[in-house]
Design a protein around this ligand. Structure first.
Ligand code: CP
Length: 345
């Protein structure tokens, strides 16, 4: 290895040399290490302050492409608002891209990204219908790709905002009992979140789902390999009182998931929230990636443990942090390092 090759190798492979301020493709949560996550959280906190003061145009010469091949309200608006707050240009935004892009004419996903690369954007944010397409896009794209959700694969930027919310609300990310509830078979947010929470010490994960929608083997393999304690349940009533985090999800009907009538009795998500939370688990925070189904009634929104609307706001700041760490990592680091001395005008 030449000296230059050694430096390059170190920069990518050795933790002590890895630049934990620089992000490139964001594809799946396994790619993140703890220092990088804490940098995102610290930066998000600083950016929240600057948003409140209306002064955070740190990406003025950056051009962002946003392409949503599947429906979205939160992620699309969140990224586009993050782009705007940072003063970057949302150069192209395609909604419903499976209808309004040349994918409908049979253009391959790889060619879609080869084409976008030729137009010299700085960041491409994409939601994919097909699981695995985010990895495929990254394999052909020189431009950083942000996976805004791929089929029933992953939703890494959602999981980052989820973990940021847990940290903000509970002040720690270890020694937690976390209930992941609902459609664990097709829900990508719980998959991404399980990978992230497995990085922190002594967390226990309680998977609660109807039998037909239980968590996939790949997640269980990962948790086994990383010595993370988990258990599987079909009834939330069994575990809710012991939880620090109750993360509810809806049934992914658009991906063919359904609860059969006899399963409904065993899970009873809405009932569990109604029955258990008023009387026990007083310190437990209740989260949901949204949109919600019947599993959490709007009546619960005023309960101080309900954090799902807070999650939406936190997502704006963590996504701003991700955009800044992709396109201007020096500024990102500077903002956090100098946060105490910063004078906001
Ligand atoms: N949480 C989430 O991904 O919501 P959207 O599908 O509305 O983006």
């Amino acid at each position: 290895m030449t000296a230059l090759e050694q430096i390059t190798f170190n920069a990518y492979h050795l933790p002590q040399y890895r630049n934990t301020w620089k992000l490139s493709h964001i594809i799946e949560t396994q790619q993140f290490d703890i220092p990088t996550l804490f940098n995102i959280f610290a930066l998000a906190k600083e950016l929240k302050k600057t948003v409140n003061y209306g002064n955070c145009h740190y990406l003025e010469n950056i051009r962002v492409v946003s392409q949503f091949q599947e429906a979205s309200s939160r992620t699309k608006n969140s990224f586009e608002m993050a782009t705007s707050f940072l003063g970057a240009l949302l150069a192209s935004s395609t909604e419903n891209a499976l209808e309004f892009s040349s994918l409908v004419k049979g253009e391959s996903q790889a060619d879609n990204f080869r084409m976008l690369n030729q137009l010299h954007p700085d960041i491409i944010i994409v939601r994919f219908k097909n699981t695995g397409d985010a990895k495929l896009a990254a394999s052909v794209s020189q431009i950083p790709i942000i996976n805004a959700g791929d089929g029933h694969g992953q939703h890494p930027t959602q999981a980052i905002l989820d973990v940021d919310t847990i940290y903000n609300e509970l002040g720690r990310l270890d020694n937690l009992n976390i209930g992941l509830v609902g459609d664990l078979r097709k829900g990508r947010t719980v998959r991404s979140l399980a990978y992230l929470m497995a990085k922190f010490k002594q967390n226990k994960i309680f998977f609660v789902s109807p039998p037909s929608l239980s968590v996939n083997e790949d997640i269980k393999d990962y948790l086994n390999r990383h010595h993370v304690v988990y258990s599987e349940h079909h009834n939330l009533l069994e575990v809710a009182k012991d939880l620090n985090v109750l993360y509810m999800t809806r049934i992914q009907k658009e991906r063919g998931s359904e609860i059969t009538p006899n399963e409904q009795v065993s899970v009873s998500l809405t009932e569990a929230v109604k029955q258990i939370l008023p009387t026990s688990a007083q310190d437990c925070i209740v989260m949901h990636p949204l949109p919600r189904g019947p599993e959490i009634s709007p009546d619960f929104d005023q309960d101080p443990r309900a954090k799902y609307w807070k999650q939406v706001e936190n997502g704006l700041f963590t996504r701003m942090a991700e955009l800044l760490m992709i396109s201007n990592p020096e500024k990102a680091r500077y903002l956090v390092d100098n946060s105490k001395n910063m004078v906001l005008l």
